[in-house]
Design a protein around this ligand. Structure first.
Ligand code: GLY
Length: 298
C-alpha cells in the first residue's frame, strides 16, 4: 500500500519571522515519520516520531515551549489513535511530562483511553517515564510572553486567527494500509488553569480508522470540539470524499456552524493527503510516494 505522512504545526497568526522556524520544524517532523515508514515501520510509530520532534522544538505550542496558563505553568494535552484497532490514548492537563505524546501512547497501550492531571502523571511514573521539573518546559520566550499577557490578557476563548503559535499533529499511512493520527498542544495562551480544548479529545482533534482515514486538527479548541471536527472529516472520507475535499468541507463547516477558526490535516488509506485552514497561516508538511521529497510550507 502507498505510504503517506502529513504534519501540522499549528494554525494561527504566525509572525513573519516565525515562518521559517515553523517550516523547518514541520519538515523535520515529516522526515522523521517518513524514515520510519520507508524502513517498514508502523503508522503509529511514525505519528509518534513526528510529534516528538515538534514537542521538542520550542517554536511550537506543544511540549517544551508550550504556552503558559494564567498561573504561569504549562498544562499539556495530547492524543493518539491507531486506525487498525481503533485503540486510542489521551492525556489532558498534564505537567512534568517532557513528551505528552509518549504518555498518550502508554495510555493507548493500557486498559484506559483518557487520563488527566495528577492521575496521568502518576501513571507516567508507573510506566517508567520520569517526571521533569516544569521549569524545563517553560522557555524564556514563553515566560516573557506570559508577563505581557498578564499585563494585557488575550481574550478567552481565543480565536485561532490571533494565536502566534499552535498545536502540532500528524497523520500517517504505512505499508499495510494502517492509518494513525495524533495531536499535542500546550493549549491556548494564558488559558484558565484546567481549561482543555480539542487536542486530547478523540473525534474532535484526533481520529483514525483504517476503513476510511485519519485526521488531526489545530485552532480554536472550543469551536472544534463542538463540531467533532476530526471524526466529521473521517466520516466524509468514508462517504467517498477525497482528503483535500474532506479537509475543505470540514473547515467550512467549522466556520459556518460555530464561527470557528483553525486547520485540519487528513489522509486516506490509499496514501492521499489533504489539508485546509481558515487562519492567516498554518505550518504543514507532507510527503507521499508520488513525491520526491517533503513539501513544507507555512
Ligand atoms: N487546539 C488546541 C486548543 O484549543 O487547545
Amino acid at each position: 500500500m502507498p505510504l503517506a505522512v502529513i504534519v501540522h504545526g499549528g494554525a494561527g497568526n504566525i509572525a513573519d519571522q516565525e515562518v521559517e522556524p515553523h517550516r523547518r520544524g514541520v519538515e523535520s517532523a515529516a522526515q522523521a515519520a517518513w524514515q520510519i515508514l520507508t524502513e517498514g515501520g508502523a503508522a503509529l510509530d511514525a505519528v509518534q516520531a513526528a510529534i516528538l520532534v515538534l514537542e521538542d522544538d520550542p517554536a511550537f505550542d506543544a511540549g517544551t515551549g508550550s504556552f503558559l496558563n494564567r498561573d504561569g505553568q504549562v498544562e499539556m494535552d495530547a492524543s493518539i489513535m491507531d486506525g487498525r484497532t481503533l485503540d486510542a490514548g489521551a492525556v489532558a492537563g498534564v505537567q512534568h511530562i517532557k513528551n505528552p505524546i509518549l504518555l498518550a501512547r502508554q495510555v493507548l497501550a493500557s486498559d484506559f483511553t483518557f487520563l488527566i492531571g495528577r492521575g496521568a502523571e502518576r501513571f507516567a511514573q508507573e510506566c517508567g517515564m520520569p517526571l521533569v521539573a516544569n521549569r524545563l518546559l517553560r522557555t524564556r520566550e514563553q515566560i516573557l510572553n506570559w508577563k505581557e499577557y498578564k499585563a494585557n490578557p488575550p481574550g478567552h476563548p481565543e480565536p485561532a486567527y490571533v494565536s502566534p503559535q499552535g498545536t502540532v499533529g500528524c497523520v500517517a499511512v504505512d505499508r499495510h494500509g494502517n492509518v494513525a493520527a495524533g495531536t499535542s498542544t500546550g493549549g491556548t495562551r494564558f488559558k484558565y488553569p484546567g481549561r482543555v480544548g480539542d487536542s486530547p479529545l478523540i473525534g474532535c482533534a484526533t481520529y483514525a480508522d483504517n476503513q476510511s482515514g485519519g485526521a488531526s486538527t489545530t485552532g480554536w479548541g472550543e469551536a472544534i470540539t463542538r463540531v467533532v471536527l476530526s471524526k466529521s472529516a473521517v466520516d466524509a472520507l468514508a462517504r467517498g470524499a477525497k482528503p483535500s475535499q474532506a479537509a475543505r468541507d470540514s473547515i467550512e463547516y467549522l466556520a459556518r456552524r460555530v464561527g470557528g477558526t483553525g486547520g485540519i490535516i487528513v489522509a486516506n488509506p490509499l496514501g492521499h493527503v489533504g489539508f485546509s485552514f481558515n487562519t492567516p497561516r498554518m505550518a504543514r508538511a507532507y510527503i507521499t510516494e508520488e513525491m520526491p521529497t517533503v513539501l513544507a510550507d507555512c
